[in-house]
Design a protein around this ligand. Structure first.
Ligand code: ADP
Length: 425
């Protein structure tokens, strides 16, 4: 089709087009010519007019605009089909992004595309597939397709090296008397990883909710039984139950925040905020918490308003989480320094907001993992500080939406510094 279109734009193409159109209009033309001849023989006086009308009709038929579909050039269809039929199987295999292997009725490789070679190494022509893929499920699949058993068409196959990858393999005959067969490998590793993450997440979330729920159920039983006539115990248990319901509510709030963020992966364009003003209001709102924990907050902002692209409420949530952590976990340091600066270390200019505490710090091995959902360095410390284990993963999600980065620097015993790098443009 592409060739035909190109021909239409050249001089040769114009001639071809005219011929095709005349051919397409042959019935209309014959009718017209016959009509003219009959009319002139009846009238007798139109000897010169008749040929002129024939020429005009021919010209109109050749150059009048008409749909391409109504103008098949004899032989054009078969010519296109021929070019597809002539297309090399190797080209087709190369155009497939998934690993693909063509083999013969003896199970020997005829051709493997580049993706197959990259995934499985040597697949030279002549290599025996049952020897190459020794997993029983692959043997069954190859055997089934070679023996024409249509009941087995796919198999799950795990390639262990160099890194473990899970494939869904389908086998089918090429047919048309070729006695050739094809294996196509669909990589399922990413889908499986996401499924596993989702299952882990649901298990973690259920566990986090189940623990306070079990505690509340236990206290209800005690209040109805042994503590029925003990007002002091009742008061104490009711307080614990209230704390546990608070914990469940915080967890549900954090889960809802995460799910809302996942549903809106891109930031609405156009909104801008003064980051100094946002960080300032976070410090004000957490004043009581800082005071309760004996923390003095120091501000170290560059002069003037500093505008960045962002959503005010979400950025408030980011700095609130980081400040809360600094006050909770860095309590022993007695001091938190919040600074805003211009960053020039990365490829693009940034506005950097750092929240630094002087508490126990975080051991190096935990740093890459603390933004994972439900990851805590010390589970009891987090729970006693009303933590859900989701704060930093919410921070990470919001920053991703803002094309921003979080960097964490810490040394045990020296405190921790969390820096948010927001794009300055
Ligand atoms: P949590 O709700 O438990 O606070 P986060 O996701 O906010 O959850 O933090 C994950 C973990 O990272 C915390 O449980 C804590 O162990 C650790 N952490 C976070 N901030 C600090 C900090 N400033 N100093 C020491 N540890 C911290």
């Amino acid at each position: 089709m592409a060739d035909t279109n190109r021909a239409d734009r050249t001089g040769d193409g114009l001639l071809q087009l005219a011929v095709r159109r005349l051919w397409g209009s042959r019935w209309l033309l014959s009718g017209g010519v016959a009509g003219v001849v009959v009319a002139s023989s009846v009238a007798g006086s139109a000897l010169y007019i008749a040929p002129a009308i024939v020429v005009v009709l021919l010209a109109i038929a050749a150059f009048a605009p008409t749909s391409e579909r109504s103008l098949p050039l004899p032989g054009a269809g078969p010519a296109e089909a021929m070019s597809l039929r002539d297309l090399s199987g190797e080209y087709l295999a190369a155009a497939v992004a998934d690993p693909l292997i063509i083999f013969d009725r003896y199970g020997s490789v005829i051709h493997a595309n580049a993706a197959a070679m990259a995934a499985f190494g040597n697949l030279a022509p002549g290599l025996s597939l049952p020897l190459k893929f020794r997993a029983p499920e692959m043997q069954v699949l190859i055997e089934a397709v070679l023996s024409g058993n249509a009941a087995v068409e796919t198999a799950e196959y795990i390639e262990k090296l160099p890194v473990e990858r899970a494939y869904r393999v389908s086998a089918s005959p090429v047919g048309h008397g070729t006695e050739l067969y094809v294996l196509v490998f669909k990589d399922q590793s990413e889908t499986r990883r996401i499924d596993r993450m989702r299952a882990d997440f649901i298990a973690n979330a259920s566990h986090e909710l189940r623990t306070p729920l079990a505690s509340i159920a236990g206290f209800i039983e005690t209040l109805r039984g042994p503590a029925r006539k003990d007002p002091a115990a009742q008061e104490q248990f009711l307080q614990i139950m209230q704390n546990q319901t608070g914990r469940m509510a915080r967890l549900i709030d954090d889960l809802l925040s995460l799910s809302r963020l996942e549903m809106r992966p891109y930031l609405a364009p156009g909104s801008r905020v003064d980051i100094g003003q946002v960080v300032g209001s976070v410090i004000d709102s957490l004043g009581p918490l800082a005071k309760d924990n004996g923390i003095v907050v120091e501000k170290n902002f560059i002069e003037g308003p500093i505008e960045v692209a962002g959503d005010r409420d979400e950025l408030f949530q980011v700095f609130e989480n980081l400040m809360e952590n600094a006050c909770k976990y860095g309590q022993s340091g007695g001091r938190v320094v919040v600074s805003i600066d211009r960053g020039t270390s990365g490829p693009e200019p940034t506005v950097d907001v750092t929240i630094r505490d002087f508490g126990p710090g975080i051991a190096e091995e935990h740093i890459p993992r603390i933004t994972e959902r439900f990851y805590r360095v010390d589970v009891d410390a987090s729970r006693s500080q009303k933590g859900t284990g989701l704060g930093l993963s919410i921070v990470k999600h919001i920053l991703t939406r803002h094309s921003a980065r979080l960097s964490i620097k810490s040394e045990l015993g020296q405190g921790a510094a969390f820096t948010v790098h927001l794009p300055a443009k």
